[in-house]
Design a protein around this ligand. Structure first.
Ligand code: GUN
Length: 296
């Protein structure tokens, strides 16, 4: 068997088109333009690339982008003061503080200072609790994008066995909550899981989010399973830097029913879902109908 390739790049472009159409209507009918504020502290090169890309795509869908680039030595008090200003600013519907933060800043404290209604990352403890109790929340972007691709490929997920490899707050845990919300039987596996290959082999759906290059190999995959590879790892191969996922693509694709490639799978969905979340936050803030198909 050779797996169907789930094209995240095309899927993300479709989401951006939907967001752009909704934004155009909001602006024309209500005079409202959604605004996303992105805060970057320091000069981490990977974070700079992400932030630039977020700003560009925000503008491309017709939203306002507000970038706040702060010195690496910025104090917690100054960062919290900026967040308080953004919380109070009616033109800002979404706030994202790029992670990781420099070590002297307490990321939990900073994230929990964001107004939960503007927390387009879905990392605020209120949104974590809302998602965990099946209530309307802002949902973390990478798991949301992964869920959208699964629903699109499989239709109903009800009753399927899902194994999420990785227990991070950003991907693994919210992914598991979303799959549970869609009535999957969910296992969260991690570095201490006993006989991980045997656990993964039971799964109809595998979500790999461990950050270990090509860890999951084809012999772990049940024939016909759907594989969502969240990993984005830079490795040296044949003297070149290449991007690989957490799954060994060729061997997994030979067994799976469908698989997301790296690059071009989950990656492009994350920013598309950030734009979708910003639109959703804007609609909620203004008591307007939410866009269909762009939320969990
Ligand atoms: N750093 C890497 N990914 C993310 C993300 O999704 N959100 C934030 N805020 N920082 C990140």
């Amino acid at each position: 068997m050779s797996a169907q390739v789930i094209d995240g790049k095309a899927f993300a472009a479709g989401i951006r088109d939907k967001v752009a159409a909704h934004v155009a209507r909001l602006t024309a009918d209500h005079g409202i333009t959604p605004g996303l504020a992105v805060v970057l502290v320091g000069e981490d090169p990977a974070s700079q690339v992400y932030v630039r890309s977020k700003g560009k795509q925000t503008v491309e869908v017709g939203m306002n982008s507000y970038e706040h680039k702060l010195d690496a030595a910025t104090s917690e008090a100054d960062l919290l003061a900026l967040i308080a200003r953004l919380n109070a600013d009616p033109a800002v519907h979404g706030i994202l503080v790029q992670l990781p933060l420099p070590k002297h800043l307490d990321a939990d404290l900073v994230i929990n200072a964001i107004d939960p209604a503007k927390d387009v990352d879905g990392f605020h403890i209120s949104n974590v609790g809302l998602l965990g109790t099946g209530q309307k929340a802002m949902v973390p972007c990478t798991p949301l994008g992964s869920l959208m691709m699964l629903r699109d490929h499989l239709g109903s997920l009800s009753g399927l066995d899902a194994v999420v490899i990785g227990r991070s707050n950003i991907v693994g845990k919210p992914m598991a909550q979303l799959l549970l919300g869609d009535s999957c039987t969910v296992t969260i596996a991690h570095s201490r899981t006993k006989d991980l290959p045997a656990v993964v082999r039971r799964a109809d759906i595998v979500v790999a989010a461990v950050g270990r290059p090509e860890m999951v190999t084809g012999d772990w995959i049940r024939p016909g399973a759907t594989v969502i590879d969240v990993g984005i790892n830079r490795i040296e191969r044949d003297g070149k830097t290449v991007l690989v996922g957490d799954c060994h693509y060729d061997s997994c694709a030979a067994v799976a029913g469908a698989i997301t490639p790296v690059p071009g799978g989950v990656g492009p969905m994350t920013i598309a879902c950030l734009l979708a979340n910003t639109l959703t936050a804007c609609c909620r803030a203004n008591g307007l109908a939410e866009p269909e198909g762009l939320t969990a």
